[in-house]
Design a protein around this ligand. Structure first.
Ligand SMILES: Nc1ncnc2c1ncn2[C@@H]1O[C@H](COP(=O)(O)OP(=O)(O)OP(=O)(O)O)[C@@H](O)[C@H]1O
Ligand SMILES: [Mg+2]
Length: 544
C-alpha cells in the first residue's frame, strides 16, 4: 500500500485531522514556504528513488520478511545503499502495511524533539492516534506516561504499521533508545519497526536475537554483487564486459555510492575497462573525482554558484542569486536538479539541496580556494533568512559567520515580536548558543536562560543589551522621514520602560498583534530592525 492513507474500520483519516496533538514543530513563518516548511516535509517523505536505481530483489524480499516481525535492522557504512533499499521497498505497490517514514538528523537527539517528530510523522502519514496521546512538554526529556499512551494507541490500531527511522546513528541517545525499546515491547504486533543506521543502535539487540524477533540486513548483504554492478552500469548507459563489472565490484567492495560515482565517471571515460581497473575508492579519490568530473565539467557560472551555495543546508534560487551577485540561479539549479546527480529538489518547492558528500567537497574547496569568503556568505545568508522570517536558519548562519551579536539580536527580536521559540527550534538554538565561544561579551550568558523558554527575560533584562552590544544598523542614520503617530509614540514609550509586547498590549488596551504592527511601523520609520535601537534612536531624535 502506498504511504499517505491508513484504513481504520473503512475510514480514512484526513491529513489535517485534529486527532494527534503535537508540540509545535516550527515557529518560523515564511512566505517562501506557504505549504509548510519543505525541510520538515522532506523529513517525513520517503526519499525519491533515482531513475538509475537497481532493484535488488534479494534484499527487498528480506525486508518484506523482516517487517512481518517486530524489528528490522539495516546497518552499513555511509553510502552503502541503506536508505535507497528501504525507500525503494516502501515505494513498492506490494508493501503489505502502511509506512510511516522519518529521516533523522543531528539535531533530533533530544528525547522530546525525537518523540515530537515521531508523533508528527504518524500525523503526516495519516495514521490516526487519539489526541489523548499528547505530546512531549520539553525538548530534553519525555515522560514515560506519554510513551505508555503512545504504545497502547499503537496496540489498538486496526492494522499493523511499519515505522521506518532512517539515520538512527544521528540520534545516539540512551533515553531515546530505551524509549524506543519500551514502545516496541508494549505496542504489540501492530508496530513493525525498521531501524536504519550506520552503527548498531543502543537497543538490546541480543534480546531480540534470542527471541528470534529481529531481521538484520548488514553491510555485507548491502554490497553490490557483480550482476548488480553490471545492471547499475547499464542504467547509466555504460556498456561493460562481465570482467569490468567484476573488477569494479571487487575494487569498490560493492560500495553503492562509490559505484554510482564510478558509473558517472565511466559515462565520460574513453576506455571504461581501464577506468574500472584504476578506480580507487577512498575519500580523497571521491573528492578528487567530484571536483574533477562533476564541478570542473560545469560552466564557470555554475561552478561559482555551487561553491558559494555549498554553505547552505538548502538552496533557494533567490538566495543563490544573492550569494553569487547574479540573476541566473533559477536556471542553473533547474539544470542541476534535472541532471539528477548531486542536487535534488525538496518536494514540489523552489528549494533544493546538495548531496552531503558533494556539499562537503565544495565547502573544502571554498575554504582553500576562496579564503575569507565563507563568513561573508554566511552573513548574507543570515540577513536573507531573517528577512524571510526563517529565524532559526538566520541565527545559525549569523553564528557561522562568527557574528554572535547578530545571532543573539535575531533571537531576541524574534522573541520580542513573535513570542518564544518552541520545540525543535528552541532546541536548535540552545545547541547553537551552547557552542558560543567563552570570550563573547558579558551581555550574552543570559541568552541561554532566554532559550530555556523564559521569554520574560527578554523584556525584563535588556539594559545590558542596550548598553553592552554593539549595534549593527551602522553608525550613521538619516533622521526619520515620517513622523511617528501618537499611538506609535505610546508603544515606544512603553517599550522604553522595558515592557514586554504583552504588557504593552495590556497597558494600551490593544491586542498583541496591534502592538507588533505598531512596532514594525516604528522600525520602518526609524530605519532600525530592533526594539532597543528604536528606543535609542527615538531618544536621539527627541521623539520620546
Ligand atoms: N540500489 C541502488 N541502485 C542504484 N544506486 C544506488 C542503490 N543503492 C544506493 N545507490 C547509490 O548510492 C548512493 C548512496 O546510497 P544511500 O543513500 O542509500 O546510502 P546510505 O547507506 O543510506 O548512506 P548514509 O549512511 O550516508 O545515509 C545513492 O545516492 C545512490 O546513488
Ligand atoms: Mg541513508
Amino acid at each position: 500500500m502506498p504511504t499517505g492513507t491508513f484504513r481504520t474500520g473503512g475510514s480514512t483519516q484526513a491529513a489535517d485531522s485534529p486527532m494527534v496533538v503535537a508540540m509545535p514543530l516550527s515557529s518560523t513563518a515564511s512566505q517562501l514556504t506557504p505549504a509548510g516548511d519543505p525541510l520538515l516535509a522532506a523529513k517525513f517523505s520517503v526519499p525519491v528513488i533515482p531513475g538509475t536505481l537497481v532493484r535488488r530483489k534479494r534484499l527487498l524480499d528480506r525486508l518484506t520478511e523482516g517487517t512481518a516481525q517486530r524489528l528490522t535492522l539495516i546497518t552499513g557504512p555511509a553510502g552503502a545503499g541503506k536508505t535507497m533499499l528501504a525507500a525503494s521497498w516502501a515505494a513498492r505497490a506490494a508493501v503489505p502495511h502502511p509506512v510511516v517514514w522519518l529521516s533523522l538528523e543531528d539535531d533530533d537527539s533530544a528525547p522530546g524533539v525525537f518523540w515530537t517528530y515521531i508523533l508528527e510523522a504518524f500525523r503526516h502519514h495519516r495514521v490516526p492516534l487519539p489526541a489523548t496521546v499528547g505530546s512531549p512538554a520539553r525538548a530534553d526529556s519525555v515522560e514515560r506516561s506519554l510513551l505508555v499512551r503512545f504504545a497502547s494507541a499503537l496496540a489498538r490500531l486496526a492494522e499493523p504499521v511499519v515505522l521506518v527511522l532512517d539515520g538512527l546513528d544521528r540520534v545516539p541517545d540512551r533515553e531515546v533508545a530505551s524509549g524506543l525499546d519500551f514502545v516496541l515491547q508494549h505496542a504489540g504486533p501492530q508496530l513493525r519497526l525498521v531501524l536504519i543506521s550506520r552503527v548498531d543502535p543502543l537497543l538490546p539487540l541480543h534480546r531480540h536475537r534470542a527471541e528470534g524477533s529481529i531481521c538484520e540486513i548488514r553491510g555485507a548483504d548491502l554490497a553490490f554483487t557483480r550482476h548488480e554492478t553490471a545492471t547499475l552500469l547499464r542504467r547509466h548507459g555504460v556498456l561493460s564486459s562481465a570482467e569490468t563489472a567484476d573488477t569494479l565490484t571487487r575494487r569498490s567492495e560493492g560500495w553503492a555510492a562509490g559505484l554510482r560515482l564510478c558509473a558517472l565517471a565511466m559515462q565520460r571515460a574513453d576506455d571504461p575497462a581501464a577506468f574500472a581497473r584504476s578506480f580507487a575508492v577512498s575519500q580523497s579519490a571521491v573528492a578528487d573525482y567530484l571536483l574533477a568530473e562533476v564541478v570542473d565539467a560545469q560552466p564557470a557560472a555554475t561552478q561559482d554558484l555551487l561553491v558559494r551555495t555549498s554553505i547552505l543546508d538548502r538552496v533557494h534560487p533567490r538566495l543563490a542569486n544573492l550569494l553569487t551577485g547574479r540573476e541566473d540561479a533559477e536556471g542553473i539549479l533547474a539544470a542541476l536538479t534535472h541532471a539528477n546527480a548531486f542536487v535534488e529538489p525538496i518536494g514540489e518547492t523552489p528549494w533544493c539541496r546538495f548531496n552531503p558528500l558533494f556539499a562537503e567537497v565544495l565547502q573544502a574547496y571554498l575554504r582553500s580556494h576562496r579564503p575569507g569568503l565563507e563568513p561573508k556568505l554566511h552573513r548574507l545568508a543570515a540577513h536573507w533568512f531573517a528577512e524571510n522570517g526563517l529565524i532559526v536558519e538566520a541565527t545559525e548562519h549569523a553564528a557561522s559567520a562568527g557574528d554572535w551579536e547578530h545571532a543573539a539580536s535575531l533571537v531576541l527580536d524574534h522573541v520580542a515580536l513573535d513570542g518564544p521559540l518552541t520545540g525543535p527550534d528552541a532546541h536548535r538554538m540552545e545547541r547553537l548558543f551552547a557552542g558560543m565561544p567563552a570570550d563573547i561579551p558579558k551581555a550574552f550568558p543570559w541568552l541561554r536562560e532566554l532559550l530555556e523558554l523564559r521569554p520574560e527575560l527578554v523584556d525584563g533584562h535588556p539594559h545590558e543589551l542596550v548598553n553592552g552590544v554593539p549595534h549593527l544598523d551602522g553608525p550613521e542614520h538619516p533622521a526619520p522621514v515620517e513622523t511617528l503617530s501618537d499611538r506609535e509614540c505610546d508603544v515606544l514609550r512603553q517599550a522604553a520602560l522595558m515592557m514586554s509586547t504583552e504588557e504593552i498590549a495590556a497597558e494600551l488596551y490593544v491586542s498583541v498583534n496591534t502592538v507588533k504592527t505598531h512596532l514594525r511601523s516604528i522600525y520602518r520609520k526609524l530605519s532600525v530592525s530592533r526594539r532597543r535601537d528604536a528606543v535609542r534612536r527615538a531618544k536621539e531624535f527627541d521623539l520620546l
